[in-house]
Ligand binder design. Structure first.
Ligand code: NAD
Ligand code: IPM
Ligand code: MN
Length: 351
């Protein structure tokens, strides 16, 4: 058995956290004979500024046919104002590999790091299914009379029957398989009559097939409020691409901070991409301040994708132990460097 993993550290703190993730993956590989192989790809702002390369189609094709997973740090660099490289690489891979599920767990591991009063780990334990291949992210639209007083800029939201149905189905199937009692769908159908009416109809249709799962709807503004006020209401949340982006940063905050939020960009059974939810954090890059835990939890999700869910559980348990013992980076009130936190996780794993 062997599993091929493409590694794109990318920009800023991506260069610091990905090596930490690789230390943990390599240690687990050695302990359990998983047969992981890693190939590094020099993609990101430096490469773009050097030779103009962002994400060659031939490479996307190699990822699709030769790799089981991609392990990515972050993309975004103040020197690339247009952010073209990040869009081409990150959104390019999500779209071209058809990674339609952006899976983002929101799980409080240690109550001390929750900014909400009196919340316990059991209160903040949900998972967001963010649609990842359409919505407002496709670039459909255009500019007219750019740079003049009459200019027009249109960004069209694309909602296809296929796209909406497959993410809603994925959310219900997950709830069913993992024993989650409810699925909440969030949209803005009170204001957006066309696309979000489609979400409403598909949600009702699919929900009808799962009589044991409570299906409820919230407008996304109310979802944002309720995630803060009563996070215990939520188990599985399904929503569109942009709303999913926004509510998962909110989710990151209530689970203890952006340095703890993990994600997978998944098409089941196909080459899928795992990355922390946070960005390249240029404000702290290169100083050993980056929290590696979001990346380690993302590595855990990658292992589940490869067929080792028990190893994801072990990583999560080790991260919980490290948080409880206060061995954390500065943004969580600790004093440890990026690699010292990983040392603590490896020790908790017994590796
Ligand atoms: P960001 O997530 O990079 O940073 C937001 C804040 O959180 C900053 O103060 C940063 O220091 C802090 N932070 C983030 N990750 C941290 C970590 N691991 N440990 C400790 N602190 C951490 O968001 P931003 O500043 O809006 O974006 C910076 C760049 O990253 C932009 O170019 C943006 O487009 C890009 N970005 C990329 C991704 C991705 O590659 N998936 C995600 C989000 C943002
Ligand atoms: C994320 C990021 C990206 C997104 C950006 C960098 C395009 O914020 O992965 O959450 O909006 O999807
Ligand atoms: Mn985001």
């Amino acid at each position: 058995m062997s599993h091929r993993i493409a590694v794109i550290a990318g920009d800023g703190i991506g260069q610091e956290v990905i090596p930490e993730g690789l230390r943990v993956l390599t240690a687990l590989d050695e302990a359990h004979g998983l047969g992981l192989t890693f190939e590094h790809f020099d993609l990101g702002a430096d490469r773009y500024l050097r030779d103009g390369t962002t994400m060659p189609d031939a490479l996307v094709e190699r990822f699709r046919t030769e790799f089981d997973a991609i392990f990515l740090g972050a993309l975004g660099d103040p020197r690339v104002k247009s952010n073209v490289h990040a869009r081409d690489i990150l959104l390019g891979l999500r779209f071209k590999l058809d990674l339609f599920i952006n899976l983002r767990p929101v799980q409080l591991l240690d109550a001390r790091y929750c900014p909400l009063a009196d919340k316990q780990p059991e209160d903040v334990d949900m998972i967001v299914f963010r649609e990842n291949t359409e919505g407002l992210y496709t670039g459909v639209g255009g500019q007219f009379k750019r740079g003049t007083p009459d200019e027009v800029a249109i960004e069209a939201e694309m909602n296809t029957r296929k796209g909406v149905e497959r993410i809603i189905r994925a959310a219900f199937a997950f709830a069913d398989q993992h024993g989650h009692p409810s699925v909440c769908m969030a949209d803005k159908s009170n204001a957006m009559r066309h696309g979000h009416d489609l979400w409403q109809r598909v949600f009702r249709e699919v929900a009808a097939e799962y009589s044991d799962i409570e299906a409820f709807h919230l407008y996304v503004d109310v979802l944002a409020m309720e995630m803060v006020r009563r996070p215990d209401r939520f188990d599985v949340i399904v929503t569109n691409n942009l709303f999913g982006d926004i509510v998962t940063d909110l989710g990151a905050a209530i689970q203890g901070g952006i340095g703890l939020a993990a994600s997978g960009n998944v098409n089941p059974g196909r080459c899928s991409l795992f990355e922390p939810v946070h960005g390249s954090a240029p404000d702290i890059a290169g100083q050993g301040l980056a929290n590696p835990l979001a990346t380690l939890l993302s590595a855990g999700m990658l292992l589940t994708h490869l067929g080792y869910p028990e190893l994801e559980t072990r990583i999560r348990d080790a991260v919980r132990q490290v948080l409880l013992s206060g061995q954390v980076t500065q943004e969580l009130g600790g004093e440890l460097t990026t690699s010292a936190v990983t040392d603590a996780v490896l020790a908790a794993l017994g590796l």
